[in-house]
Design a protein around this ligand. Structure first.
Ligand code: ADP
Ligand code: ZN
Ligand code: ZN
Length: 743
């Protein structure tokens, strides 16, 4: 016997509860998640509609108490049901309640008051209006006359706002003329368009290069054949990926379908939207958290009502309620931002592929430095794979040099900048060119490294960096291994062993100290909290209002500054020593991007990478911009250590206010999982990277296995166990599949 969970029609906002129904014999095997169904509801058995969110053979209630479905609502594969199906899938894959999953995919629930435009329109002929005007003047009705004259001047219609502001017409006067059947006021609702008046549509479209055409034609041929395959478009920055996206979207639109373009950060929205707007006009919009509630709401409505063809935005724009979605583009697909860090911890790339499968859309993943996962799948033939190997135009790759900071130390320089970087900066300032100084703090977690040999202290079991805690112990956040902070470097015996401390503010201060006349801008988390601040800082730098831009990873993404001829990476090791298995990958990606910032126009560029680990493959490969070499090395490391994409990994995050209870539960859970299957590789439990947050203690367990299905099965089993056993009441458990960041 089949049973289904349904939620009542979402417009009633009953998101918090699912109801269970029995599937009638005749419909057995025909129900799918996301379908709209009808059923008797409540005590009065009112006919009601809702969506299927789950299918099971084991009911949660005594079967005799469960009512039967009436039927399937025909023709009901609307955008909402797709999104609900997506939510159900997300709950299953990533672990969350249905409520959490639904809130994620249906983010705008409350209707926000629309903006209204009121227009005043003459409903009598011109001659009659002129006659009326003469009458009003004769009676000395100045205000009425003024309004009539204004209407006559404007061919019969003006907005109410203009009437009020420009002609000082009051509401009673308007009402009077309405009563006399002279004019009518008409109300139109208007959707807020966050880009109204910012951009113009432009006609010119560049002729595609041979490689661009091969990608467009190849992807489109699959599409027309009905084969909805995910494709990886690998091309260095400036190689014309965006033109490929636009050419594909143009074809999608021509078929009457819509497209979603995901970008990793809000900071990139403006420039991306500008290009799409210039190509496709006002049927392009954006969705992101910095829009006002009203603006966001209106973009959803515009999408739902078919007023838009393209939606651009970060992760959550994936949930745009388009009715006939044809393509999802994920630009810079390697970015960690595509992974949600709140429950459900979904991966937007996987969720996009699933959403695409529900509605017959294709997915294109684009990147200069694809994630190991995507590259792996492309090479295995799971994804289509297209490459764009060279930049468009004359821009050439910059001259890159790796600077060995150990050498600097040996020669007595203990400052933040090497002599070479100081010289290069001074030269740029003299020539009136610009420089960017990049400090990659992503993944920073208090690693300890040796300034003589460059080694960071790593876990002997997991080969990830250890983090220094305030109790003086170095800890591994995967397996729980710990050691006392040593006085000397275990590899070379040097006493110059310490945590890394420099931040963007120190760099800014140092530049000002060395070059008092230099104009410096700083861009980091602190300086970009306000709504428009990214753009303000970047456009000021673009206009040449500063000589040096100091910043974190935000400064290296996607922006073109033709006058920047020097990029300095202050300490490449920071990301290399992040305490997780993706540290080398992230370092390679960030360095490649940073290097790519220099010399984007005619002037040749130079990039200097400062590091204590000049021989590390991620740094060497980035300096040569050699993705393939990096991929090979990194994959062999992943293979050796059994990390994704070679194996699949499930993170289990536990948190509790009581440390002892947490530890006990974590140990118990670890033992339970180990007992399930000796083939599972269970790591931990360990104290989390962030061991305590808001007075709540945190621990982690990781499981590795070859197949994802097995891990999902384990997750399901754990979820049941946790739900049933009362001793779990005070311990919160979350799941994270193939984690991007350490918990
Ligand atoms: P990416 O997205 O890979 O960084 P873009 O699509 O932004 O690359 O292309 C880089 C620059 O080259 C843009 O200014 C773009 O307008 C231009 N461009 C791209 N393709 C062509 C082409 N086929 N002919 C001329 N210019 C092009
Ligand atoms: Zn050492
Ligand atoms: Zn370890």
């Amino acid at each position: 016997m089949e049973y289904v969970d349904v939620i009542v029609d979402i417009s009633h906002e009953k998101l918090d509860r699912v109801f269970q129904y029995r599937v009638p014999e005749a419909l057995s095997g025909k129900i799918r998640i996301g379908m709209q169904v009808s059923f008797p509801f409540g005590r009065g058995n009112r006919p009601m509609k809702g969506y299927v969110t789950g299918i099971t053979e084991e009911p949660d209630y005594p079967p005799e108490k469960i009512k039967e479905l009436d039927g399937i609502v025909e023709g009901s594969v609307c955008a909402e049901s797709q999104l609900i199906a997506l939510a159900a899938w997300m709950r299953e894959q990533y672990g969350s309640t249905m409520n959490q999953a639904l809130k994620t995919v249906l983010p705008v629930k409350q209707e926000v008051a629309r903006q209204r435009d009121v227009t005043l329109r003459l409903i009598i002929s011109r001659e009659e209006a002129e006659e009326q005007l003469r009458k009003e003047l004769k009676k000395n009705n100045r205000t009425r006359a003024r309004l009539l004259a204004a209407l006559l001047d404007a061919d019969g219609t003006i907005t109410k706002r203009e009437a009020a502001e420009r002609y000082r017409i009051t509401a009673p006067v308007i009402r009077g003329l309405e009563r006399d059947d002279v004019l009518k006021s008409e109300t139109q609702t208007r959707y807020r368009n966050p880009f109204e008046g910012h951009f113009k549509k432009r006609a010119e479209v560049p002729e595609l290069s041979a490689q661009q055409r091969a990608a467009v034609d190849g992807i489109w041929a699959d599409y027309e054949r009905g084969e909805r395959r995910t494709c990886l478009l690998q091309g260095v920055t400036g190689s014309g990926k965006t033109e490929v996206y636009m050419a594909l979207i143009e074809r999608v639109i021509r078929q009457g379908k819509q497209a979603i373009v995901l970008i990793p950060e809000i900071a990139l929205t403006y420039q991306t939207v500008r290009r799409f707007y210039e190509r496709f006009g006002a049927r392009v919009s954006v969705l992101h958290s910095r829009l006002s509630d009203g603006e966001r709401y209106d973009q959803f409505v515009r999408a739902k009502e078919g007023q838009l063809d393209v939606m651009i935005g970060p992760r959550s724009a994936l949930f745009t309620p388009f009715s006939d979605l044809g393509m999802i583009i994920i630009d810079e697909e390697h970015e960690g931002a595509y992974k949600s860090e709140t429950v459900p911890r979904y991966d937007a790339r996987e969720a996009a592929i699933y959403r695409a499968s529900l509605c017959g859309a294709s997915v294109v993943l684009g990147s200069a430095t694809p994630s190991l996962e995507s590259s792996y799948r492309a090479r295995e033939g799971v994804y289509g794979w297209y490459r764009l190997d060279s930049r468009i135009g004359t821009a050439v790759l910059p001259q890159v040099e790796i600077i060995d900071l150990r050498e600097e130390l040996r020669e007595g320089n203990r400052g933040i900048f090497s002599r070479k970087l100081t010289d290069a900066l001074s030269e740029r300032l003299r020539r009136g060119e610009q420089a960017m100084l990049f400090l990659n703090r992503r993944g920073f977690s208090g690693f300890v490294s040796c300034r003589s040999c460059g080694e960071a202290l790593r876990c002997p079991h997991c080969d990830v960096s250890l983090s220094l805690h305030t109790d003086g112990y170095l800890k591994c956040h995967y397996c729980g291994y710990e050691m006392r902070m040593p006085k000397k470097c275990p590899s070379c015996g040097s006493p110059y062993i310490s945590g890394f401390r420099a931040g963007t503010q120190q760099i800014e201060r140092e530049v000002k100290r060395l070059f008092p006349a230099a104009r410096v801008l700083r861009m980091d988390y602190d300086t970009t909290r306000a709504k428009e601040s990214y753009e303000t800082i970047l456009s000021a730098f673009g206009r040449g209002e500063a000589d040096v831009l100091v910043g974190t990873q935000m400064i290296v993404k996607g922006h073109d500054f033709p006058n920047v001829t020097l990029v300095g990476v202050v300490a490449a090791d920071i990301s290399l020593h992040a305490p997780d298995y993706r540290a080398a990958e992230r370092t390679f990606t960030l360095l490649t991007q940073a290097v790519g910032r220099a010399g984007r126009a005619e002037k040749p560029g130079e990039a200097l990478i400062q590091t204590y680990r000049p021989e590390h493959y991620s740094i060497r490969a980035a300096a040569r911009q050699d993705y393939d070499a990096f991929y090979e090395q990194e994959l062999s490391y992943r293979r050796l250590m059994a990390y994704p994409p070679v194996q699949e990994m499930l993170g289990i995050y536990l948190s509790c206010e009581e440390q002892e209870l947490l530890k006990q539960r974590a140990e118990e859970l670890g033992a339970y999982i180990r007992a399930q299957d000796p083939a599972l590789q269970v790591i931990g439990p360990a104290v989390a990277a962030l061991s305590k947050k808001n007075d709540i203690y945190r621990m982690v367990i990781y499981i590795k296995y070859e197949r994802k299905e097995r891990l999902l099965e384990i997750k399901r089993r754990l979820e049941c166990r946790i739900k049933e056993e009362p001793q779990w009441d005070r311990v919160r458990v979350q799941f994270d599949y193939n984690p991007q960041q350490s918990y």
